[in-house]
Design a protein around this ligand. Structure first.
Ligand code: ADP
Ligand code: MG
Ligand code: ZN
Length: 588
């Protein structure tokens, strides 16, 4: 069996799954070939299997460094349950117990040993573990090594010297759910990854609807949300224990089905409340950010931030606990200046000066996110991936309230039917020629002017059609044919659009939006004319942006003209008649 087959076999035999999820197999194969790996995949995407399967296949032992003692036991129990020999070592055990585990390990009894990073600070421990045949070191929550990350752990800095001191360098794999570009680079350096294979999974969780309420009455808002999500599971996050307690009392007295979780409860209470939530003995968990790590409940339908989180990393992690089954989850955040001051106060009272500065910078990024006028999701994803290209999502409160977002279904259908009719054989430029009715050489040669879609978009500009196609590509409404740069092929979503089952909400930038270039030019020369007559500058009359909006909205009367941005009452009086005449003429 080759590595691929071994991995496939292990997936089925030990985990009972038939198919790898996107990215998993490549990561595993790279680890098996002894190449270091750095992997960013959202929570729940399946990172564990990426190091567990190599652990099973490689000779020797895999050391997993994992920051959460409470989750370690669960992980190991889970593995044992699947028939995989594993153990963990952390501060809850005595020296004798640890020695026993390491003795068993040296006899080859375990494939994986989970350790808390703090273990690596002990010289005695390092000495004991050095004699084992370590084939892989897997670092979970790898962003903890970076001070720029949102939960820095000093002990992660001991990983690098630990590895450098081993006689044979094991392959190193590092995993995290969220990391900005900066944290990613920093982590790779601090862990001394060697030319790693870098995998970044799709960080966009399309089914999370993002809504931000500014300076709104929280209690009224929360009650509305709970009524709307009657008998569905959800989480409400608050900043402090006190806030959690009082919201809990308030909602409980009103008869809502709520539970409570924060660091002030004893272990037994925490465990019981968590289980009651998982088994749906109540609907809504009201909690501080202490709640949620390792919670694998797939049907959480709303996540409310009653107070702003401290940073975007925490925010994305917390809303990421919603909608794990892929169906919609509403994420509401209540944002107000007063809460910002409270969070600032907490940060300013923390001890470490350097950390304080970083925390304030992260808070600033969160504020900018909340103040954003355009797509929230775009802003959020760009924070984690500076190369994120999509500009809108249609699933956040800013996009949904944005008038400029238009349904381009009709235009998309014209493009897609041309793609079909040309059998995916031509590049984008030729498609545009066909759509605009231009008889270029390729068109004539291949008799594309005989297609029924020929000239269907003669009123649109090349820039507009190109922009539309570009955005359709980003949204997977159409795809590039494998191995080509500009040949298009339909996707599943294309079919839905052609059938009319899907709208094509797009935001096309002002500069590109004059749908009817001809009319735009006519109106522009009218503006020039009029400016000459009145002895003023053309742009004083209307800006280009206003002209474009006029062309795209085609106002039929003075009332509609008045609705256009940049057209006030005076302008309607002064220019309305002439303009409407031009527009009406072109419409007939
Ligand atoms: P992460 O560490 O990325 O948050 P986990 O490794 O805990 O995610 O995996 C989340 C869930 O997905 C687990 O229940 C796991 O068994 C499951 N899973 C992982 N890979 C697959 C797969 N290929 N097919 C089906 N389920 C999978
Ligand atoms: Mg994990
Ligand atoms: Zn959006």
């Amino acid at each position: 069996m080759n590595d691929r087959e071994k991995a496939q076999y292990a997936l089925k035999r030990f985990f009972g799954y038939d198919k790898f999820r996107f990215g998993q197999l490549n990561i595993i194969i790279n680890i098996l070939s002894k190449r270091d790996v750095f992997c960013i995949m959202p929570t729940g995407a399946g990172k564990s299997i990426c190091y567990q399967i190599p652990a099973l296949i490689l000779d020797g032992i895999t050391i997993v460094i994992s920051p959460l003692i409470s989750l370690m036991k669960d992980q190991v129990d889970g593995l044992k349950d699947n028939g995989i020999e594993a153990a963990y070592i952390n501060s809850t055990q005595s020296m004798d117990e640890i020695k026993e585990i390491l003795k068993d390990a040296s006899l080859g009894l375990y494939k994986l040993i989970y350790i808390a990073p703090e273990r690596l600070e002990s010289k005695v421990f390092i000495k004991m573990i050095k004699s084992l045949k370590i084939s892989q070191v897997a670092v979970d929550e790898a962003h903890c090594v970076s001070e720029w990350g949102h939960d820095f752990r000093v002990s992660y800095r001991y990983i690098k010297p630990f590895i450098e001191n081993l006689d044979n360098r094991p392959v190193l794999s590092a995993f995290t759910g969220t990391a900005t570009d900066e944290v990613k680079e920093d982590s790779m350096k601090l862990l001394s990854l060697n030319n790693p294979y870098i995998f970044t999974g799709n960080i966009d969780r399309e089914n999370l609807a993002i809504t931000i309420y500014k300076e709104e009455d929280k209690l009224e808002g929360i009650k509305d949300i709970l009524r709307e999500h009657d008998s569905e599971s959800g989480i409400i996050y608050c900043l402090s224990r006190k806030e959690v307690e009082s919201l809990y009392q308030y909602l409980k007295e009103l008869g809502y089905s709520v539970g409570i979780y924060h660091g002030g409860l004893n272990d037994e209470e925490k465990k019981r409340n968590q289980e009651d939530f998982l088994y749906e003995r109540f609907d809504t968990m009201i909690a501080t950010n202490a709640f949620g790590m390792g919670i694998d409940k797939s049907n959480i339908r709303y996540v409310v931030h009653c107070t702003i989180p401290k940073n975007l990393e925490s925010y994305y992690q917390e809303i990421g606990r919603g909608g794990r089954d892929g169906t919609p989850c509403d994420c509401y955040l209540f944002y107000n200046r007063e809460d910002i001051r409270r969070v600032e106060f907490i940060i300013n009272n923390s001890s470490n000066l350097n950390r304080r500065e970083i925390a304030l910078r992260k808070l600033q990024a969160l504020i900018e996110f909340c103040e954003e006028k355009r797509c929230y999701r775009t802003n959020l994803l760009r924070y984690f991936d500076s190369k994120w290209t999509r500009e809108y999502c249609t699933n956040c409160s800013n996009c949904l309230e944005n008038d400029e977002l238009r349904d381009y279904k009709k235009e998309a259908q014209m493009i897609l039917s041309t793609v079909y009719r040309t059998r995916e054989n031509y590049g984008i430029s030729v498609l545009i020629d066909v759509l605009r009715g231009i008889k270029g050489p390729k068109v004539i040669q291949n008799r594309l002017d005989e297609l029924t879609t020929f000239g269907l978009m003669k009123d649109y500009s090349t820039t507009f059609i190109r922009g539309l196609i570009k955005q359709m590509l980003v949204q997977d409404f159409v795809a590039l044919k494998e191995g080509t740069y500009s040949m298009l092929k339909p996707t599943k979503k294309s079919m839905e659009i052609l059938k009319g089952d899907r709208s094509v909400l797009l935001l096309i930038k002002d500069e590109e939006t004059a749908i009817n270039k001809e009319l735009f030019n006519i109106i522009k020369s009218w503006r020039m004319d009029r400016a000459n007559r009145d002895g003023i500058k053309p742009y004083i009359i209307f800006s280009d942006a206003t002209l474009i909006e006029i062309v795209n909205k085609l106002p039929k009367n003075k009332e509609e003209l008045f609705e256009i941005r940049g057209v006030g009452e005076k302008k309607v009086q002064r220019y309305g008649e002439e303009l409407l005449k031009i527009i009406n003429k072109s419409a007939t």
